[in-house]
Ligand binder design. Structure first.
Ligand code: GCU
Length: 675
């Protein structure tokens, strides 16, 4: 299947003189790399291809320093372990036509090469001879990871961009697309990856068996050449499902032996493997609770098995009771993660990292920050976000999530006076851990444009860039992505940026109000269904009646607010101090309650829904202004989705507003039609 180059287009730079005549008469750029490892080879290959495309130049490879020095313009890769930039940092200096990329590790050279290419494109540098620049960067997060939820039959759980490009009919795929993908994600600094779904079933359990080792070995090598470590999601019950034991009890010596032997076998065959990702005791998956053990028992048993090989265990904290009775007023799903993991803080082996979703529920358009970030102090942690737009329009709606991720990162948990933000915690700054970082459930598939909606690629690009450098602004990231994908034309920049930056707030406005979430169709999670989850077992209730809506999660209610550090616990606990965008997450509020805007809660709901739907209409107009400036096929593809979004946003607006009108019989103050 054909696929696009996404943001690795390397459009020729405007103003570069078209060289006429023979190949020899073209300008020449010389690259010098004395290091023979795979990663620097990838860097050189990228530079060669990109520079030829950007400048129409001939690319020469210098054999030694002298040859490089005598060239007119050139780029040199220098590995210098005494630079103190870690394995992944880089330093770039450009003067008088010569550019030196130095790093203390090979991956740093690759990131330097991509940073240079980005800079040349963003600044539209017409000539290397006059290009003076210096930059030094060390990635903010040690781990910058993507999780694929790909199944071995080729389907993708919560995938909105076609089928898997890793699996088909229980076989592993390795082809041109695999390398194109490795380049793409390396270009934004991704350094770790799982390829199979966290729900490990059927053939996926056998990924850690002879059936797949050869292919996985090849795949891990391909990614390693781009500085990316391959991890596998594993089935906690593998000793039973694969090993034929009768138990997977982490405290049973037969189980430990089985995993020890398995780990030895795995690393003999897959020496480049990073480790395992585990979803245990969650939504039907097996785990230590089945045997009356704690999650520390489960994770540590695996951790000691993989330790001799430098392996890591990434353990998800998405653990809650998904068999709740909606009539049970005591249980609060939001509390589950903290309740399960706080008592075992400090009990995990040092090669275990807990992977925590940004919010306590499940990737809603707005949620408070998981209290685990401010709570855990003696455990390695990573932040998990979802760029697969499960609850944010499923890549049929444009929803640029980077502004949301910025808010998450900048949130102060008050766990530490100086370094209390989520960014501080997950980058390892607060507690000095080296095993820390950011993970995204990713949004790619085998659609020709990778992400279904062309504009959804901004989330993949943005996640990587932000994980590498958390100080980047969402707007800056959007601008970078637009330039490299669609070029630097002013109107193109302006309109796409507008659409992207308005899109998350707009989506929030026309879907579920004030942090309540979950008003979606069950299972598919697409489209409005206000009571879709109301009488179900998933612990996601809004409890709307004719007078009020929301769940009291204060100390008078479920007590969830007590999981936060002060002053957050008090702020969230008080109706008048609680941030309004989260009001209904924390409180049960009457419809005539007056918000800071002077509007009643109900009128706010009506207004935001109408407003959001109007904004979706505006996206279509902004895009239509770009006809002729964007390649026609892409233009039409995006237009089609934006038209769909406009209709769907109207549907959301009308369904939600009519629902509240019918509950309350209070009309809209502006007299707009409610049904
Ligand atoms: C969500 C999603 C599931 C997924 C789960 C997870 O609940 O709907 O499909 O398996 O998250 O994160 O494990």
């Amino acid at each position: 299947m054909e696929f696009t180059k996404a943001w690795l287009q390397y459009h020729s730079i405007k103003g570069v003189k078209e060289t006429e005549g023979s190949e020899e008469s073209k300008t020449e750029i010389t690259i010098y790399n004395e290091h023979k490892c795979d990663i620097t080879k990838s860097a050189v290959e990228e530079l060669q291809m990109a520079l030829a495309s950007l400048y129409g130049s001939r690319i020469a490879l210098a054999q030694n320093e002298a040859e490089f020095q005598s060239a007119t313009a050139g780029i040199r890769l220098v590995l210098n372990t005494s630079l103190g930039l870690g394995q992944e940092g880089y330093h770039i200096r450009s003067a008088q036509g010569k550019i030196t990329i130095s790093a203390s590790g090979e991956a740093g050279l690759l990131y330097g090469a991509f940073a240079l290419l980005r800079k040349l494109q963003l600044d539209q540098v017409p000539d290397l001879m006059t290009f003076t620049w210096e930059e030094e960067k060390i990635p903010a997060n040690p781990f910058r990871m993507l999780n694929h939820w790909d199944n071995m039959d080729g389907e993708i759980e919560r995938g909105y961009s076609g089928k898997s490009f890793f699996f088909e009919k229980e076989e592993i795929l390795i082809n041109d697309r695999t390398k194109a993908y490795a380049r793409m994600i390396a270009s934004v600094g991704i350094n770790a990856l799982t390829i199979n779904n966290v729900n490990v079933k059927g053939a996926a359990t056998e990924l850690i068996s002879d059936r797949y080792y050869d292919k996985l070995d090849k795949l891990s090598g391909l990614f390693a050449a781009y500085g990316i470590k391959l991890y596998l999601s594993i089935n906690f019950a593998a000793p039973i499902d694969l090993g034929g034991l009768t138990t997977a009890d982490p405290c049973d010596s037969r189980v430990c032996d089985w995993w020890n032997r398995k780990a030895q076998e795995i690393w003999e065959r897959l020496p480049l493997l990073g480790g395992f990702l585990v979803k245990a005791d969650s939504e039907g998956r097996s785990g230590p609770f089945t045997y009356g053990r704690t999650h520390a028992d489960g994770a540590n048993m695996l951790a000691q098995a993989v330790k001799p090989y430098g392996g890591l265990i990434i353990w998800r904290c998405f653990v809650y009771n998904c068999q709740q009775d909606w009539r049970d007023l005591k249980t609060d799903r939001a509390k589950a993660g903290y309740d399960h993991f706080m008592p075992i803080d400090g009990k995990f082996a040092d090669n275990v990292i807990l992977q925590i979703k940004n919010g306590p529920m499940d990737f809603q358009v707005r949620e408070p920050i998981s209290p685990l970030f401010g709570g855990l102090k003696k455990t390695n942690m990573m932040l998990e976000v979802q760029i697969a737009q499960e609850y944010t329009g499923q890549q049929m709606h444009v929803c640029y999530l980077i502004p949301w991720f910025k808010e998450i990162l900048e949130f102060n948990t008050y766990c530490d006076e100086e370094h209390g933000t989520v960014a501080d915690i997950i980058s390892g700054k607060t507690y000095g851990n080296a095993l820390a970082g950011m993970v995204a459930v990713t949004n790619t598939g085998n659609d020709s444009n990778w992400t279904g909606h062309d504009l959804a690629a901004a989330n993949l690009y943005g996640f990587g860039r932000l994980a590498f450098d958390m100080t980047l602004a969402s707007e800056e990231i959007a601008g970078e992505w637009i330039s490299q994908t669609y070029g630097n034309e002013g109107k193109v920049q302006e309109n796409i940026k507008k659409i992207l930056l308005m899109s998350w707030p707009a989506y929030e406005k026309y879907t579920s109000p004030l942090g309540i979430g979950w008003m979606v169709k069950p299972n598919s999670h697409f489209g409005p269904d206000v009571d879709g989850y109301e009488y179900d077992r998933w612990g996601t209730y809004h409890k709307a009646d004719h007078k009020a809506i929301g769940l009291d999660r204060t100390m008078k209610g479920t007590g969830y607010t007590g999981q936060y550090n002060e002053p957050l616990a008090s702020i969230y606990g008080e109706l008048t101090r609680c941030p309004e965008e989260l009001l209904l997450f924390f409180h049960r509020v009457e419809y005539d309650y007056v918000l800071s805007s002077g509007k009643t809660l109900l009128q706010h709901i009506y207004d935001t829904h109408f407003e959001g739907a109007q904004e979706a209409e505006l996206f279509v107009r902004l895009w239509e202004e770009l006809q002729g400036m964007i390649e026609e096929e892409t233009y039409q593809r995006v237009l089609q989705r934006l038209n769909f979004q406009r209709e769907h946003a109207k549907e959301w607006c009308d369904v939600i507003n009519s629902y509240f009108y019918r509950k309350t019989l209070i009309p809209d103050a502006q007299g707009r039609t409610l049904y």
